[in-house]
Ligand binder design. Structure first.
Ligand code: ZN
Length: 388
């Protein structure tokens, strides 16, 4: 099943040329609507049934379905269609090709994956392969911020498995970290700077908390690392306390980001912090603090024994001529939401660099190869009496 390299490159160029900066990163004038309609047209050209999902105006995700003959398993090929902003980029929507690479915002993260999904379905059609199960391409909005696109699509669409095509340098990714955002607030008592008998300094108490947090942070990295994603970590991301130089600070607020590994829960993360607070409160009755989690995204892990993993590894080995390395990654993806919805999910995507950076590019041959891996995996997973 050869993949049409020029079709994949052309499709990717159309997507990169269409501004789809997530409104959270731009001036608010951009959204996923335009790119969803470009992708919708590409899906229709492949004779897929196309449905749009928009939980908010302009925040459009699009799903194409290639109907199988009915008896096989269904497979979703996934890519997100939003990008981060373009500050510092010289030609973010140029889709310029130089030396086998395409440059532009989203070329690597991750319109390349979407183009690979298109290339896979095009290859199935060109080869005359009829699948038993359905193959879907989901181009979802808002992965870079709150994943409202994936959440909405999962309210309407279910498949037996999914392949997320975030760029993995053609490695098979079986796990990613999650994260938990926590707010810790120390509570003091405001008083005039001269009145030490009355004031309780919330900032100094936050200092004690931070010293303990420092120990916890070092402890996390000393834990037995997860075999694919390494150890958990945390950082003290944002700190605000005090109202004026001549006033005892009555409150100090800290935002912590805690990166979690598979097996760690929000409750466990919160209780580690609560233990520090309880210890400091026992040592000093004037120490008062509270912890509150305000956003949690689960980690993701799939068993190496699950059918979709075996099929993707075999397809990748066939296309690449050698076994594809198995990896985990530290950043979060929508893979966790797919897995939480009960859809067996694995990640593989193209090679490149510059996600969220001023120069972003993807290796075009790796996009074609990803497409070929996806096409082979679809035939094996969804079934086809023609073989291929
Ligand atoms: Zn991405």
């Amino acid at each position: 099943m050869p993949v049409d390299h020029s079709y994949v490159t052309r499709s990717l160029a159309e997507l990169v040329r269409t501004n789809s900066i997530n409104p959270a990163f731009g001036d608010g004038s951009s959204s996923e609507r335009a790119v969803a309609s470009v992708l919708g047209a590409q899906l229709r050209a492949l004779e897929m049934e196309v449905t749009e999902y928009a939980p908010q105006p302009e925040r459009v995700s699009v799903v194409g379905r290639l109907r199988g003959r009915g008896a096989g398993r269904s497979l979703m090929l996934y890519g997100h269609i939003d990008t981060v902003g373009v500050e510092g980029m010289t030609d973010p929507f140029g889709a310029t090709v130089r030396g086998g690479r395409m440059y532009g915002r989203g070329a690597y993260d991750m319109k390349c994956g979407v183009a690979a999904c298109l290339g896979a379905v095009r290859s199935l059609r060109d080869s005359g392969v009829e699948l038993d199960g359905d193959v879907l391409i989901a181009g979802v909005a808002d992965e870079e911020v709150a994943s409202i696109g994936m959440s909405e699509v999962l309210r309407h669409v279910r498949t037996d498995a999914a392949i997320v095509t975030e760029p993995t340098e053609l490695c098979v990714c079986l796990a990613h970290k999650g994260f938990c955002w926590l707010e810790v607030e120390t509570i003091g008592r405001a008083a005039h700077g001269s009145r030490f008998q009355e004031g309780i300094d919330a900032n100094i108490r936050m200092g004690r908390f931070l010293a303990e947090l420092d120990m916890l942070e070092r402890g996390l990295r000393g834990r037995t690392p997860h075999p694919l994603v390494g150890p958990p970590s945390l950082h003290a991301a944002v700190l605000r306390g005090g109202t004026g130089t001549s006033t005892y600070a009555d409150r100090c607020r800290l935002e912590i980001e805690r990166r979690t590994v598979p097996g760690e829960s929000e409750a466990a993360v919160v209780s580690e912090i609560q233990e520090i607070i309880d210890r400091l409160a026992r040592a000093d009755q004037t120490f008062q603090a509270q912890v509150r989690p305000f956003l949690t995204r689960d980690s993701f892990e799939i068993s190496a024994d699950s059918p979709i993993v075996g099929i993707v590894r075999e397809a990748a080995g066939g296309v690449l001529g050698a076994a594809a390395p198995v990896i985990g990654v530290s950043y979060w993806m929508d893979a966790a939401l797919l897995a939480a919805a009960g859809i067996e999910t694995v990640v593989i995507g193209p090679t490149g660099a510059g996600a969220h950076a001023a120069e972003e590019w993807v290796d075009l041959d790796s996009v074609r190869r990803t497409a070929e891996i996806l096409a082979r995996a679809a035939v094996r997973f969804c079934g086809s009496s023609e073989g291929a």
